[in-house]
Design a protein around this ligand. Structure first.
Ligand code: ZN
Length: 167
């Protein structure tokens, strides 16, 4: 079997396969045409590479005081590129920069799968209240919550970037 390849330019990239298997973002330093278009999980060559931008991740509230910890969680609408493992986010609380954090873990689930440890650490709330909160935070989108995939993310601050008070 001839494996397809793709050319990637410098930056952070993620391979997204239709089977949903989660790859970790790769950092490309030099342009190269040797990146395999192949999924080790499903053995298909139907995936695609997407460039990941370092972008803002906004928080309206600092639930459970979580943004002051080294690691914290967030539950967002599923997006395989924006929420890729290895992506770096600029964390903002009410418009104020808190630091840059890297996605260390991502799991896809539906709203009903949010359990007590997830809900408590993410929001300080019980699962049912946490689900209500997620619905209200995403009220601008028309969503079927029975099937809408969500990404449960664990982020960790990149040490040299944390807290503007250091400068
Ligand atoms: Zn696959």
């Amino acid at each position: 079997m001839k494996v397809k390849t793709a050319t990637l330019t410098p930056g952070r990239w993620i391979y997204v396969c239709p089977c949903g298997f989660r790859y970790t973002a790769c950092r490309v330093v030099r342009t190269s045409g040797k990146w395999m278009v192949y999924c080790f999980k499903c053995k298909q060559q139907t995936g695609k590479y997407y460039k990941i931008m370092d972008e803002r991740l906004e928080f309206e509230e600092n639930f459970n005081n979580k943004l002051n910890c080294t690691c914290f969680t967030t539950i967002r609408l599923h997006h395989p590129v924006k929420n890729a493992i290895g992506a770096v986010k600029q964390i903002y609380l009410k418009g104020i920069w808190k630091g840059n954090a890297k996605i260390m873990h991502a799991a896809t689930l539906t709203l009903d799968r949010i359990n007590l440890p997830m809900a408590k650490l993410d929001t300080g709330l019980m699962p049912e209240e946490c689900r209500r909160l997620i619905k209200s935070l995403n009220r601008r989108h028309p969503i079927n919550w029975a099937t809408q995939p969500l990404d449960y993310l664990v982020l960790e601050y990149i040490k040299e970037s944390k807290e503007p008070s250091l400068f």
